[in-house]
Structure formats: C-alpha cells, structure tokens
Design a protein around this ligand. Structure first.
Ligand code: ZN
Length: 108
C-alpha cells in the first residue's frame, strides 16, 4: 500500500500532513516505515508503540510518524495514547483524600 488517507478536521492533521509517505514494511502487519519531507525515514511499530524517532516511547503520545502509521491501518491515534493520560488514571491518582495543612508560620 502506498500513501495513506489524510485525516481532516483533527488536530493531528497538520502533523501528519507534513509527512511524505507511509507504507507497511514488515511481515507482521504492525511495522511501518514513514518517510518525511526532509528525506528521513522513521520506523514505527504500532503493536509495540515504538517509533525510531523516540518521542512516542518518551511521552506516551503517538508522534506524527506514529499517527501516519496508525491512520494507514485505519485506526485512530487516541486509542494509542498511554494509559496514564486517561481519565481513569487521573481519578485513581487523586482519589485519596488530601488533608489540609497549616501555613509555613505554624510549622514546628
Ligand atoms: Zn515518530
């Protein structure tokens, strides 16, 4: 498969629009090579959530290369965002009661 369906009306459109081409590379169906307009090539594995650029592994949010690969597979990038950014994780992190604390002058 050559090229990918560019998404319209989403915030990732600008990122993905700057990419030149994405196409499936390897046999397992989850690895893609993404060519950029500045003639670089990034490898993306959407199954392992890895991009050779490294940003996806670093912050847990699919980078432009990953988004291009995900769209090529006709999926949505939001489904590949790390669990720590989801509402359930936020609610679990802040579910314990935070006790009130006096000001600095009242500290021992
Ligand atoms: Zn990337």
């Amino acid at each position: 498969m050559k090229g990918f369906q560019r998404p319209h009306g989403t915030y990732v459109h600008a990122f993905v629009g700057s990419l030149n081409e994405t196409r499936p590379l390897l046999h397992d169906g989850t690895t893609f090579e993404v060519d950029t307009m500045d003639e670089e090539r990034k490898l993306v594995n959407i199954g392992k959530r890895i991009c050779s650029y490294g940003r996806w592994q670093f912050n847990g949010i699919p980078c432009a290369h990953a988004c291009a690969a995900i769209y090529t597979d006709q999926l949505i990038p939001e489904g590949f965002v790390d669990h720590c950014y989801r509402k359930e994780a936020y609610l679990a992190a802040y579910s314990p009661v935070i006790h009130a604390m006096p000001g600095v002058k009242d500290w021992p």
